[in-house]
Write a protein that binds this ligand. Structure first.
Ligand code: NAD
Ligand code: ZN
Length: 350
């Protein structure tokens, strides 16, 4: 007889922490697939939910299974699903879109007005099984390590942000050497950027960034001014492209000051709080600031998989791996800031 329950990490009550508990396995409706989860990765969003911060209190309805970064194996197809087979190794887009709003109708699915977030607005993937619409599934080419696929949501954020503007031969400033900032630096190097600077305040992350992109200028902005950094790098007019990946309003304001005229900024970081921006620089310097949300469906995925097949190596960004039953250790190490990506193992690949 088929199993009826599964283990899952559930936000059971509106308070800090998560509970590993047995819950019903969700049924598969027409157009959906059931995925046996092999590995998941912990995202900053999961940390917010774990910590039950102000955003989570506004957003999460308990009880809910959290998590949205995963790799798994399709084990059941809902009726009408013909594009996948049982046994396919897949990840999936964590944004379920409405397909009827203006942006969806125009093919700009990542800008859907009514996006539902897996593990945010509905049950997620920190579980033995996940059921999602087949349209959200992404089949992963053979040969890409499962650990990397587990991080493809975050890697996709890095790809989307880094590729927003032309990088080839350009000087790039990345603020924030979190997992996404470091992955973006690796992508910039892969895509032929000229000089790359990456900033952070956390020594562990600065070290990780140095290992990931040895020829990048990896700096703590409290130790070197942006004008000294530019001098050291031989830049006379400022950076061509900025990738804001820290969420620090100060880093964003400093980035604007560091851009050359006509410079382009892709803003992924969710800025905590307000700060005065030099709007004169934005206007008279002709800067472009582009907000980035999620991944483009599904061109970001296409490019990400293509780059992974042609030598993009982000493996050093994964610093910790735990069994899902030791999830507390994973959340602890993420909390400490002494980590890159943290992967949880849920099952063995058959
Ligand atoms: P993270 O929090 O792990 O990394 C951010 C890094 O920025 C940290 O290492 C921190 O030490 C560093 N930092 C803080 N202040 C800084 C400063 N003044 N200068 C330089 N660095 C500084 O986050 P992450 O998971 O790598 O994600 C990066 C950002 O992207 C976060 O703000 C996250 O909330 C955001 N995000 C946005 C989307 C989206 O769709 N827009 C999706 C995922 C993540
Ligand atoms: Zn929509």
């Amino acid at each position: 007889m088929a199993e009826k329950t599964m283990l899952a990490l559930v936000k059971t009550e509106p308070k800090q922490g998560l509970t590993l508990k047995e819950v019903p396995i969700p049924p598969v409706s027409p157009g959906q697939v059931k995925i046996r989860i092999l590995k998941t990765a912990i995202c900053g969003t999961d940390m917010h939910i774990y910590n039950w911060d102000e955003w989570s209190r506004r957003t999460i309805k308990t009880p809910q299974i959290i998590g949205h970064e995963f790799v798994g194996e399709i084990i059941e197809l809902g009726s009408g699903v013909t594009q996948y087979s049982e046994g396919d190794i897949v990840s999936g887009e964590g944004h379920i879109v409405c397909k009827t709003c203006r942006n969806c109708m125009a093919g700009r699915l990542h800008l859907c007005k009514y996006t539902i977030g897996v593990g945010v607005n509905r049950d997620g993937c920190f579980a033995e099984y996940l059921v999602i619409p087949a349209e959200n599934v992404v089949r992963i080419a053979p040969g890409i390590p499962l650990d990397i696929i587990a991080c493809s949501d975050a890697l996709g954020n890095a790809v989307h942000t880094a590729l927003k503007f032309d990088l080839t031969g350009e000087d790039i400033l990345i603020t924030g050497a979190g997992p996404i900032g470091i992955m973006a630096a690796i992508i910039c190097r892969h895509c032929g950027a000229k000089k790359i600077a990456i900033t952070d305040l956390n020594p562990y992350r600065l070290e990780l960034a140095k290992k990931a992109v040895p020829d990048a200028y990896v700096v703590d902005p409290r130790e070197i001014s942006s004008s000294d950094l530019m001098r050291k790098m031989g830049l006379t007019e400022g950076f061509d492209v900025g990738l804001e990946m820290s969420g620090s309003p100060q880093a964003f304001a400093d980035m604007i000051e560091s851009m050359g005229n006509g410079g382009k900024i892709a803003l992924l970081g969710i800025l905590k709080g307000n700060i005065n921006i030099n709007w004169d620089k934005v206007v008279f310097g002709g800067l472009t600031i582009q907000g980035i949300y999620g991944r483009e469906m599904f061109d970001t995925w296409y490019k990400m998989i293509s780059m992974l097949q042609t030598g993009l190596d982000v493996s050093m960004v994964i610093t910790h791996r735990f069994d899902f039953k030791d999830f507390e250790k994973g959340f602890e190490v993420m909390q400490s800031g002494q980590s890159g990506k943290v992967v949880l193992d849920w099952a063995k690949e058959i």
